[in-house]
Design a protein around this ligand. Sequence first.
Ligand code: FAD
Length: 446
Amino acid sequence: KKYIIVGGVAGGAGVAARLRRLDETAEITVFERGQHISFANCGLPYYAGGVIENRDALFVMTPEKFKASLNVTAKVRHEVTAINPASKTVTVKNLDTGAEVIENYDTLILSPGASPIKPPIPGINDEAIYTLRSVSDIDAIKQRIDNPATKRVAVIGGGFIGLEMAENLHRRGIDVSIIEAVDQVMNVIDYDMAAIVQANIRSKGVGVYLKDGVTAFERRSAGLAVCLQSGKEVVCDAVLLSIGVRPDTKLAKDCNIELAPNGAIKVNDYFETSQKDIYAIGDAISFKSPLLDTDTTIPLAGPANKQARICADNIVYGNKKTYCGTIGTSIARIFDYTAAATGLGEKALDRVGLPYKQAVTHAAHHASYYPHASILSIKILYNPENGRLWGAQAVGAEGVDKRIDVLAAYIKKNGTIFDLAEFEHAYAPPFDSAKDPVNILGFIAE
Ligand code: FAD
């Protein structure tokens, strides 16, 4: 068997490793158009901030290690430029030499990811404007911020990548401004929860411009001006543009693989695309939401890694394992707080017109009498007709990850507010209270 994989990072490297474990004799080749395979995307902001000091720590796997440990051939700077499903071949271009070769496959797996959105705003191609996806991107950003002349950075977009970068730039003593087109940062959580995070960001001296889109970037004698709809200008030395990602699916589209309206690759429960023997996983796919009847695209590393395993199992054993989808559980540390979300928030529920009620608690993250207890705010949204949980969000200095994971597990298993009231947890004062905040939410709601 000959497996070809497009994209060598989260999904692509994962599927290659699992294929090898299941099929000792297969020929497995990964093509990655970037400089590196299997790097820690999620660690990049912390490398910029100096929290991760050793650049080598970002590489989970290298082509040399992949070959030696799992006999997987990974070719970096090799872009798959075309797929021919009829002949079961791909065209691969060596980006260093320009040479093209045609390779045949038995099964092709696409994990091309998603690319940062770069809208056609005047001045967008200024050399001081960066986006962040790869190690090469962070190398360029780091080179810029290592230069003492870079004193002011504007972060456009208040999503988790923008905020993690803002925190790390601030840590390095850079004057940071966050510019966001909607009325809050962290759009995956609701306004009331985001307000807690925003107050903390502002308390650090970071400028937060909300409900103010960028209209242009203009060069001034004082630096690069980010011109806003309100007429305000933020003058800086560099810009990080992180306003979201778009599935990287031109390759799939060009060979007539069916796409969803948002441009993501449509796959079935086994990750098969509309073309025979071509599977797809990761940020580039559209999959049925377990909570709604609609397809969604959720660009997160956890789902990409889990999909890789199921996809490889289906390829080797025949389509037997179905994927149950993701509810978009995510978390980010932003200065003193951690913010996390799972399932549907108010905005998503309003969009689809589902009925919902909410319960909110602001409780101590462990026994309040035990030293260093901090306030943990958690909100749940649920169906008032039957108590089924739609989503949850949590913001606090400590204990957010534990609660959001518990809530995510319940939501994914169709849990209700009544389940929360009975949630059983490990308790001793340094860890929790006899009634966990998750219990309290159940008590409020039931
Ligand atoms: P990727 O890992 O992006 O890999 C796709 C690869 O395919 C790319 O390297 C691309 O160059 C290559 N490629 C595309 N087209 C071709 C082609 N035609 N030929 C050859 N190669 C091609 N997620 C979380 O859950 N938690 C986090 O904390 C988190 N932090 C993040 C921080 C940053 C800065 C970034 C950028 C992302 C973060 N993510 C996080 C998201 C996570 O990295 C992605 O969800 C995950 O990497 C998706 O895996 P993927 O395989 O679909 O795409």
